[in-house]
Write a new protein. Structure first.
Length: 189
């Protein structure tokens, strides 16, 4: 069965650990699975006046279509000040506009959250903070596994490649579990 996932990194940084984690995920996805990494870099700050005057920006509508047509969404979240990154929350806020489009983009969409950080807790608090947001959007959160990557600055080489065998095995197992969940969800629908 062919499975297509969209990956979103919650960081705009060129050498983001979370973007690197998504690139490692592309390589480690199960056979038959494609991970399409998308950027939130072009998503402007949410402003209802802009939405009201100009509509939904093209960068947002394009991303909405990719998520809506995917089989699942993989979010790689940093942890800033013990919570979620503002740029990713902003993107999700735009993606949920207009409100009557939420169910088309997010409703019953399988979602998994991973995260990498230079700190010692591996985005545990950020991942927890995403749960009520994803619940509000009506997603199907996969809770069969958890991947938190602490001390990320030591786990990637200069070219951005994951170079830690233990984390690589955990990521591969996480992705296999998530894809199995996504495929089971497709059968149910």
């Amino acid at each position: 069965m062919k499975t297509t996932l969209v990956g979103l990194s919650g960081s705009l940084r060129r050498d983001s650990f979370n973007t690197r984690l998504l690139h490692a995920s592309q390589r480690l996805c199960p056979d038959g699975t494609t991970l399409d990494i998308q950027s939130i870099e072009s998503v402007p700050l949410y402003n209802f006046d802009v939405e009201n005057a100009d509509g939904i920006p093209t960068a947002v509508t394009d991303l909405k279509e990719k998520i809506a047509s995917a089989d699942g969404l993989l979010i790689a979240t940093p942890e800033y000040n013990n919570s979620i990154p503002g740029v990713l929350k902003n993107a999700i806020d735009w993606l949920s506009r207009p409100a009557d489009d939420i169910s088309r983009v997010f409703g019953e969409q399988p979602v998994a959250i991973i995260g990498a950080t230079p700190g010692g807790f591996g985005t545990m608090l950020a991942q927890n903070a995403w749960l009520p947001i994803m619940r509000t959007l009506g997603t199907r959160m996969w809770t069969g596994g958890r991947l938190m990557v602490p001390h990320a600055g030591q786990l990637f080489d200069d070219a951005g490649n994951l170079n830690d065998g233990t984390i690589e095995k955990r990521l591969e197992s996480f992705l296999a579990g998530f894809v199995e969940f996504v495929e089971a969800t497709k059968v149910e629908q």
